[in-house]
Ligand binder design. Structure first.
Ligand code: 3HC
Length: 303
């Protein structure tokens, strides 16, 4: 059955090579998924060789874990590893037909990336953004071929979360959108078409929950209480665990976009900012006996 809002699948273009801009954690997760499910070459780029090597190394390490779990055969593991390569130059995207970015959540950074990519790829190459909260319409504004830009928003952890939000900007054409839906299907994700609005749908709901927990914490509720209060509601992860997995700076950017769009409904947490400023990646520390607490050095930063 065709997903709501998806164009005729016959309009989809083949995807025979994928480019991933950025070699961080999210990018590595896409690269692995594209290589495993589409079985096409995937090239990752980043600003220096160390980052590229780390990204490719992450993918190879995940393949080894799947092999050890018996989820991949030795042949499939070798093939998947061989499909994922890295480069410091976006020239490696010259023959790609689908390029997705997973760079810093800042409009100008993403626009600069796409301007650079557009100078290299063919006019038919799909450009996809994994933005969590920025306007895809604004990202398309200065493109030479805005009709090929789509929002393609994955959720953490990419390997297991089934949903993908696809965003159509006003100039996105049916071929680009059909290719996005066909690619999502090949990746075995459930794709939904969402409006190009601040944080789309899922993060708008999820961040409202996170923002309220953070507000309770900022207002003095004990962190354990604030974090665990929702467990009985069936949440698979406590909000602060989720925050650490998504990355506190990413979550803060999404909240800021939502705050700009909807005001006080989205509380921008002072404590969260303090953690970001100190480069702290998560609130909790797990002791060898399995107990979880906030380290004293982190507590000292919080208001
Ligand atoms: N990478 C790959 N696989 C992973 C993984 C990871 N990081 N984490 C868990 N898995 C796999 C496990 O290997 C396991 O697979 P297996 O059954 O084949 O061994 C399976 O997922 C289940 O894992 P566990 O049994 O260890 O743990 P759980 O049952 O608790 O499930 C979870 C883990 C699916 C991550 C669950 O905790 C969950 O759904 N958490 C909430 C995630 C969420 O809300 N994500 C959205 C974040 S918002 C976002 O990303 C948007 C961005 O724009 C900010």
């Amino acid at each position: 059955k065709r997903p709501a809002g998806a164009p005729d699948a016959k309009l989809a273009r083949p995807v025979t090579k994928v480019g991933v801009v950025g070699a961080g954690m999210m990018a590595g997760q896409f690269a692995l998924l594209f290589a495993r499910q589409l079985k096409v070459p995937v090239v990752m780029t980043d600003i220096d060789a160390a980052r590229v090597d780390k990204g490719v190394g992450y993918v190879h390490g995940e393949v080894d874990k799947l092999l050890a779990k018996g989820r991949l055969s030795q042949d499939a593991a070798n093939r998947t590893k061989a499909l994922v390569t890295g480069s410091v130059s976006k020239e490696a995207f010259a023959d790609a037909d689908f390029v997705i970015e997973a760079v810093f959540e800042e409009l100008n950074v993403k626009k600069a990336v796409f301007a650079e990519v557009e100078a290299i790829v063919s006019p038919e190459c799909i450009l996809a953004t994994n933005t969590s909260s920025l306007s895809v319409t604004a990202m398309a504004a200065d493109l030479q071929h805005p009709e090929r830009l789509v929002g393609f928003h994955f959720f953490n952890p990419v390997a297991v979360m089934p949903l993908l939000e696809i965003v159509r900007a006003p100039k996105t054409d049916d071929a680009a959108l059909a290719t996005a839906f066909a690619t999502a299907k090949a990746l075995r994700k459930t794709a939904v078409l969402v409006k190009d609005a601040a944080a789309f749908v899922v993060n708008r709901v999820l961040l409202r929950l996170m923002a309220e927990v953070s507000a309770a914490f900022d207002e003095g509720t004990d962190a354990h209480v604030a974090d665990n209060a929702l467990r009985p509601m069936g949440l698979p992860m406590t909000p602060f665990t989720l925050l650490a997995m998504v990355g506190i700076p990413v979550a803060q950017h999404v909240t800021e976009s939502l705050h700009a769009a909807f005001g006080e409904r989205f509380h921008v947490s002072a404590n969260q900012q303090a953690l970001i400023d100190a480069g702290i990646k998560g609130l909790w520390e797990t002791a060898p006996d399995g107990s979880v607490s906030i380290p004293a050095s982190t507590l000292a930063l919080l208001s």
